[in-house]
Ligand binder design. Structure first.
Ligand code: FAD
Ligand code: SIN
Length: 514
């Protein structure tokens, strides 16, 4: 028998949890989450959450920095919502007891990160996401109107006559179940696992984008994948993020000769936007034939260890002293700017289906996300989507058309997750070109066709399903990157190295053919 509820939320990161709290007064809420409830990108977020709270800051300035990072593709109305609702959302978190670091006078301590013109990042040292998740989770578990099903992996959206009426999921015993709801929110987070090197945990396999695309929802801006420049790069150690806040506090990128090289590539030096820093690092490593390093040796060692305790510990486990040693770093896939296209209230192009957080493409990030704007996005748009879910009849509409994408007939062997990740890293990563992208699209298209069930849905066994999800999202990323014949924000093509506003100041969107 199918379960019923008023509202279904898929995902228990910042967006899903905040939406659940906003919905509980309006009806019964079920959260499906595919692993432990706290396992999410949110739980690993380090640097912080941006909000215009400082004496030298304003929402206008935060908007300007966000739009500048977005490289011509942000939706200014969405950014206005982000920065203004964001101040309220962060104040609410403080009222709810978020233990952010404080100055001696009690005001929240504000950190600096790349491409922010002032200090505006609230943080819980280097474990901000864990603290935000704790505050939201504690409220969710206390609320009896919210039911959480963990180890419950959504496998497809139930769509009838163009409207979403819930989702199918696989429970921890491997049984397929259905849950019906008046409104369904995708809060499934990102897709870092599409790439061989990533900062994202294992749950970030892009399932929301894959399910939404298969259900006929519009997806957009998927060519824009952010690669974080500084990830611990030690053989055998996990690809652990080394927060940008390290450079905000004075850490420098150095080459094998201990030369701080960023100023040679970028006027903003170590605090240039992420895509620029990442590409400069690759060029420097190619030039010298050696890895590049992050150095904090010139900073006060006690400050370094107390400000970044988690990172100091992880480096220690890899045999490195964060405060003294050059720390080998390299870029890794970090964040998906595109996703399921939504309006400012989380509505998608499918009636009854909503999206918020990293899975959504609201237009706030454009071609590149400003650091620490993502936790904020989840908080702000989780609430807005929740309010809209109480009125599920409308869908979002767009002025620009989407390309209608058929799925080819199945042929050839099914992919492994590792094969998809490797292909994406080599041919659709930080530096791209037409030949590599065209090859990736062709291979991924074949993999998608052979991965799907005969009815066009995602397969059920975990391994097959993960590979299918990765192949779909990888295919959509590579297709969009091939079409965008310019370089902009996080999307860089060696065969089209310039930004081309005449032809490409627009979004690339796809929708599945019926
Ligand atoms: P998530 O927090 O990723 O939650 C997604 C949820 O969906 C998870 O519970 C997952 O298990 C569940 N899920 C996925 N698929 C399914 C399925 N099929 N069925 C059921 N459940 C499913 N951003 C900042 O703003 N500041 C930072 O300092 C920062 N640091 C970061 C550091 C790291 C290492 C990483 C990886 C990201 C960081 N980010 C940061 C980005 C930010 O953490 C994420 O973009 C944000 O937390 C996404 O929140 P979300 O709620 O959309 O998704
Ligand atoms: C970081 O701490 O460097 C990551 C911040 C972010 O992704 O916004």
């Amino acid at each position: 028998m199918n379960a019923h509820g008023d509202f279904l939320i898929i995902g228990s990161g910042v967006a899903g949890l905040r939406a659940a709290l906003a919905l509980a007064d309006a009806g019964t809420v079920t959260i499906l989450t595919k692993a432990e409830p706290t396992e999410s990108n949110t739980g690993y977020a380090q640097g912080g959450i941006a909000a215009a709270l400082g004496p030298d800051d304003s929402t206008d300035l935060h908007l300007q920095d966000t739009v500048a990072a977005g490289d011509g593709l942000c939706d200014p109305d969405a950014v206005r919502v982000l920065v203004e609702d964001g101040v309220r959302g962060v104040r609410e978190l403080l009222e709810w007891g978020a233990a952010f670091a404080r100055e001696a006078d009690g005001r929240p301590s504000l950190a600096r990160e790349g491409a922010h013109s002032v200090r505006r990042v609230l943080h819980a040292h280097d474990a901000t996401g864990r603290e935000i998740g704790r505050v939201l989770w504690e409220r969710v578990v206390r609320d009896r109107r919210i039911r959480v099903l963990d180890d419950a992996r959504a496998s497809s959206l139930l769509v009838e006559r163009g409207a979403c009426r819930g989702a199918a999921y696989v429970d921890r015993a491997g049984v397929i179940r259905e849950i019906e709801a008046g409104a369904t929110l995708l809060a499934t987070g990102g897709a870092g696992q599409v790439y061989r090197e990533t900062t994202n945990p294992a749950v970030a396999t892009g399932d929301g984008v894959a399910m939404a695309f298969l259900a006929g929802a519009r997806v957009a801006d998927l060519e824009f994948v952010q690669f974080h420049p500084t990830v611990l790069s030690v053989e055998g150690a996990p690809r652990f993020l080394l927060t940008e806040a390290l450079r905000g506090e004075g850490a420098r990128l150095i080459n094998r000769d201990h030369e701080a090289f960023m100023a040679r590539y970028e006027t903003a030096g170590d605090l240039a936007s992420r895509d620029r820093v990442a590409r400069a690092m690759v060029r420097e490593a190619e030039r010298t034939g050696s890895p590049v390093y992050l150095s904090l040796a010139h900073l006060d060692a006690a400050f370094v260890r107390s400000r970044f305790p988690t990172i100091a510990q992880v480096c220690g486990e890899a045999g490195l002293d964060l405060a003294a040693d050059p720390i080998p770093v390299s870029p890794a896939a970090h964040y998906m700017m595109g996703g399921v296209a939504t309006d400012l209230d989380g509505r998608t192009s499918v009636r009854g289906l909503f999206a918020a957080g990293e899975v959504a493409c609201t237009g706030v990030h454009g071609a590149n996300r400003l650091a620490s704007n993502s936790l904020l996005e989840g908080l702000v748009f989780g609430v807005r989507a929740a309010h809209a879910m109480t009125r599920p009849a409308q869908t979002a509409v767009w002025a620009e058309t989407a390309e209608v994408v058929p799925i080819a007939p199945p042929e050839g062997p099914a992919p492994s997750s590792a094969a998809v990740r490797d292909l994406m890293w080599r041919q659709a990563g930080l530096v791209r070109d037409r030949v590599g992208l065209a090859g990736a699209v062709q291979q991924l298209q074949a993999w998608v066709a052979v991965s799907l069930r005969p009815d066009g849905g995602l397969p059920v066994p975990t391994g097959d399903r993960e590979a299918a999800s990765l192949a779909i999202v990888g295919w959509l990323i590579a297709r969009a990157a091939l079409r965008r014949e310019e370089s902009r924000g996080a999307h860089f093509r060696t065969d089209r190295p310039e930004r081309d506003d005449i032809h490409w100041r627009r979004h690339v969107a796809d929708v599945r053919a019926d």
